[in-house]
Design a protein around this ligand. Sequence first.
Ligand SMILES: [Zn+2]
Ligand SMILES: [Zn+2]
Length: 368
Amino acid sequence: MANNDYYKTLGVEKSATKKEIKKAFKKLAMKFHPDRAPEEKKKEYEEKFKTISEAASVLGDEKKRAQYDQFGSGGGSHGHQGFDFSDIMSQFRFGNFGRNDDVFDSLFGGGRRRRGRQVYKGSDLLYDLDITLEQVHSGFSTEVALNKLEHCSDCHGKGGKNITTCEDCSGSGYIKVTRRTPFGVFQQQAPCNSCHGEGEKAKEVCKDCDGEGLIRDRSKIDVKIPAGVQDGMRLRVTGKGEAGRNAGPHGDLYVRIHVKEHKFFERRDDDLYITIPISFYTATLGGEIEVPTIAGEATLKIPKGTDSETIFRMKEKGIPHVQRAGVGDQMVKIKISIPKKLSKKQKKALEDFGDTKPQKGFLERFFG
Ligand SMILES: [Zn+2]
Ligand SMILES: [Zn+2]
């Protein structure tokens, strides 16, 4: 094994954090992925990709890194012998780059090792949350209670103590099964039952979790809902999903928002629409009216001679935008209430007002 300096290979400091190592690897792996190589440089890229993958597989794994720091490369104690590059390469095929970090995590978690226990990321969870429009307007924090898998506190998710190579499969995780059929004898590989295909198992099995390393428990999770969320939106709460097997990392929790219908307001994007009745009197002579908004009462000026169905915009009385600064508006649609009962005096006043026959001009225009 060549005496590589893994830190130099990845171009990071000896003190680099796991995150920095991951970032450096991602950048180099993108650059030198054999899929990206010009035809004449295929070999060169492949070599380079192998070198950086090997460096990342060691520096990305805390245990291997510590060993490397102590003994250097080629010591044989860390696990790059048997390191399967074609496996990594196919995992890191081009389509896999980009947002999805899972492929990187699987390498950095010591993911697909030939031997030894695989570390699994826990499942993501989905939680449906009903909220009111008022809550959308203000944003709020809530506590979500769920039953989910957590690491057993007694064995720290490892399932027991003294984790050693499985004797039944000599650590390969597979056993050979011979099947006799009328067509001949077939040998097949099957996962080892004794270690569940992991090649290692705990000698002292944890009693609290029966060696599973996981316990289903009721958990309370604080969830912050930002103002302006929309119906159907999913908010990710990182690391609050289920715990992973073999002390693996947690999945994520997704909170899916359901906004309850409001009795009076209709939401369109971040604007709120409401219909307000006003009197014939106010519509004709103008005045100020009280209008409910999502944040309480506000005053709206009605100009004289306002028609029914007129829409007034009340600036920034709507819902805050969730991904940028600013607030939507409230749109107020006027509906003129026609009085159904009149006193004698009111009737007389209206008769004095007379019939202005608005349809007269209209009919003249219609029939030309
Ligand atoms: Zn346990
Ligand atoms: Zn086994």
